[in-house]
Design a protein. Structure first.
Length: 529
C-alpha cells in the first residue's frame, strides 16, 4: 500500500489532518477498531476558546501558563490560544453544533466553567462534546476520498535507520509503517511520504483509567523505538472524578459538574477541598486528585462523593444528559443522591517531542494530539485545552505538509514483513498476566503520589517484564493484544525513567522525597538512540 499521507489514529487530530491533507494528495488512515472508537469520542467537557467579549487571549494564555507550572512553551501557548476562535468557526462550518441558550443560530453559547479557568469559555455539546465532534469529523472525512482501514493495528514504523540497521542523527526518515490486519493476521507495509501519529493517550498503562480500551500509547512506543525524542512522560494527569461502580469501570464524571456547583464530600458528608486550595473544587486537577487520594488514605475509604443535588432534575437532564442517564443505569439519581467517585488516569501531558508544526526529529514523521508533546500543557494540562490543541496542530501539520509535499523522496526497497520462525501461541495467558502486572505496579508505584523507592521498584519490574515480553514477541505470531502489551511495557518504562530523572515535585509529578520545585525547570527528554 503506497500513499502520500499515512495517518495512524482516527480521533480529532487524525481526522482533521486527514480531511485537510486530502486536498494535497492521497490519504490512508488506519485505526485499531472502528473509526468511532477513540479518546475523542469519550470527551465530555468541551473545547476551551476565547469567543466572549469579556474574555481575552491574555486571560486564557495566563490560565494555561499557571496550570502548566512553569514548563509551558510560551510561543506554543500563544499560537494555540489565538487559534481558538478560528477552530470553533471551522468546526461549526463542518457541522458541529455547540450548546446555546435557545434554538436560534445566533443565540449565545452556553459556556461552561472548569478547573483552572478564570472565565467561562468552554464551548460544549451538552456533556458529549467529543462524541458529537467525532461524528461530524467522520462524516466530513468520508466525503474526502480518504481510504480507511478499520481493525488495522500499526506494528512498527519503517525508518531509514531500521532498514540500514544503523541510525544517523538528524538524518533519519520515516517511510510509513508495518500494519497488522486484525482479521487476517497479515502484516503489510504501508509506505508514505509523510506519516502522522495521532494515536491518542496511554491510559491502559494504568489499572484505573477514564480512557477507552484503545489507549495503549502506541504512537509514543513506536516513535521511541525508532529513535524519536520523547518528552515529559512523567506528567500523567489523573482525573479526580471517575464513577466508582462495578458495572462502569472507566466512566468519567466531567469536571463541568464542579463548574456548575458540584461539591466533593467524604462519606460522612463533610466537605474537604477548602483544606487544599482556595479554589476548592475548581482547583487544578492535580491538586483535586491528590486531595481525594490523601483523604482516601487517611480514612481507608474506597471513594468520595461528588454532590450536585443542589440542581434540579430538569436542569441536570438538559445540561448533563449522558452522565445523568449513565448514573441512573447504575442506580444513582444524581438530582437526589451524590455520585461515588475516585481518581483515574486521564491524560498524558508528555509524548513525542515536536516543533510548532508537529514535526518530530525524524524526517517525514509528525505527531499530533495526545501522543505529542508540543509544549502547550507543560506540567499539567488546563481543562478542555486538549481538543483545541489537537485541531490547531492538525492545521499546522497540514501547513507544513503543504510546503513539503512537492519534495522528491527516494524510497528505498521496503522488505516484506519477516515472520521469522514465529509460530502460533498456546500460552495467551502470558499476555494477560504481564498486562495485569504492569497496570497494577504502575498504579501503586508510579501513580498520583510517588517516592524514589517506589520508582526504583517499578523500574526493576519493568526491566524483567520487557525482556519476557520481547522473547514472546519474537517467538509467536503477533496479535493486536501482543502489540498493545509490547507498547504498554515500552510506555511504562518511559514514564518510569522520566519520573526518576525529575528530582522535584511539579504539576502532575509529585514525589514525597523531592517535595519542592526547582528554580529552573527543564523538560525531561528521553531518547533510545
Amino acid at each position: 500500500m503506497k500513499t502520500d499521507f499515512l495517518v495512524i489514529g482516527s480521533g480529532a487530530a487524525g481526522l482533521s489532518f486527514a480531511i485537510k491533507a486530502s486536498k494535497l494528495g492521497s490519504v490512508a488512515l488506519i485505526t485499531k477498531r472502528q473509526l468511532i472508537d477513540t479518546n475523542t469520542s469519550k470527551a465530555q467537557g468541551g473545547i476551551a476558546a476565547v469567543t466572549r467579549k469579556d474574555d481575552s487571549f491574555r486571560s486564557h494564555i495566563n490560565d494555561t501558563l499557571i496550570a502548566g507550572a512553569g514548563l509551558c512553551k510560551k510561543e506554543v501557548v500563544d499560537l494555540t490560544v489565538e487559534g481558538g476562535p478560528g477552530t470553533i468557526a471551522e468546526l461549526e462550518e463542518w457541522g458541529v453544533k455547540f450548546s446555546r441558550f435557545g434554538n436560534k443560530q445566533n443565540a449565545d453559547y452556553e459556556f461552561g466553567l472548569e478547573g483552572g479557568h478564570s472565565k467561562r469559555r468552554i464551548l460544549h455539546c451538552a456533556d458529549a462534546t467529543g462524541f458529537e465532534l467525532q461524528k461530524v469529523l467522520i462524516a466530513k472525512a468520508k466525503k474526502c476520498g480518504i481510504k480507511f482501514y478499520e481493525n488495522h493495528t500499526a506494528v512498527d514504523l519503517i525508518t531509514s535507520g531500521k532498514l540500514k540497521k544503523s541510525f544517523q542523527k538528524n538524518n533519519e526518515r520515516c517511510f510509513g509503517a508495518y500494519v497488522l490486519n486484525n482479521a487476517t493476521g497479515e502484516v503489510n507495509a504501508f509506505t508514505a511520504k509523510m506519516t502522522v501519529l495521532a494515536t491518542g493517550g496511554a491510559g491502559k498503562v494504568y489499572l484505573y483509567t477514564s480512557n477507552p480500551d484503545i489507549a495503549a500509547g502506541d504512537g509514543v512506543a513506536m516513535a521511541y523505538r525508532c529513535g524519536a525524542t520523547v518528552a515529559n512522560m512523567e506528567f500523567v494527569q489523573f482525573h479526580p472524578t471517575c464513577l466508582f461502580n462495578e458495572k462502569e469501570r472507566s466512566f468519567l464524571i466531567s469536571e463541568a459538574l464542579r463548574g456548575e456547583g458540584a461539591v466533593l464530600r467524604l462519606k460522612n458528608g463533610k466537605k474537604f477541598m477548602h483544606k487544599y486550595h482556595p479554589l476548592k473544587e475548581l482547583a487544578p486537577r492535580d491538586i483535586v486528585a491528590r486531595a481525594i487520594g490523601n483523604e482516601l488514605k487517611i480514612l481507608g475509604d474506597d471513594f468520595v462523593y461528588l454532590d450536585i443535588t443542589s440542581k434540579s432534575s430538569a436542569y441536570l437532564k438538559k445540561r448533563f444528559p449522558t452522565i445523568y442517564a449513565k448514573c441512573l443505569e447504575c442506580g444513582i439519581d444524581i438530582s437526589k443522591n451524590p455520585i461515588p467517585v475516585v481518581p483515574a488516569e486521564h491524560y498524558s501531558c508528555g509524548g513525542v517531542l515536536t516543533d510548532t508544526f508537529a514535526q518530530t526529529n525524524i524526517n517525514g514523521l509528525f505527531a499530533i494530539g495526545e501522543c505529542a508533546c508540543t509544549g502547550l500543557h507543560g506540567a499539567n494540562r488546563l481543562a478542555s485545552n486538549s481538543l483545541l490543541e489537537a485541531i490547531v496542530f492538525a492545521r499546522r501539520a497540514y501547513q507544513k505538509a503543504n510546503e513539503l509535499i512537492s519534495e522528491k523522496i527516494n524510497f528505498p526497497a521496503i522488505p516484506q514483513w519477516d515472520k521469522g520462525n514465529a509460530k502460533d501461541s498456546d500460552e495467551s495467558v502470558v499476555i494477560k498476566q504481564n498486562w495485569d502486572e504492569i497496570r497494577n505496579f504502575m498504579w501503586n508505584y508510579v501513580g498520583i503520589v510517588r517516592t524514589d523507592k517506589r520508582l526504583k521498584r517499578a523500574f526493576e519490574r519493568i526491566k524483567l517484564l520487557k525482556k519476557e515480553i520481547q522473547e514472546y514477541y519474537w517467538n509467536f505470531f503477533i496479535t493486536s493484544d501482543l502489540i498493545e502489551l509490547r507498547n504498554i511495557a515500552t510506555v511504562a518504562e518511559i514514564i518510569i525513567k522520566c519520573a526518576i530523572k525529575r528530582k522535584e515535585s511539579r504539576g502532575l509529578h509529585y514525589n514525597l522525597d523531592h517535595p519542592s520545585m526547582l528554580k529552573k525547570p527543564k523538560d525531561t527528554l528521553i531518547k533510545r538512540f
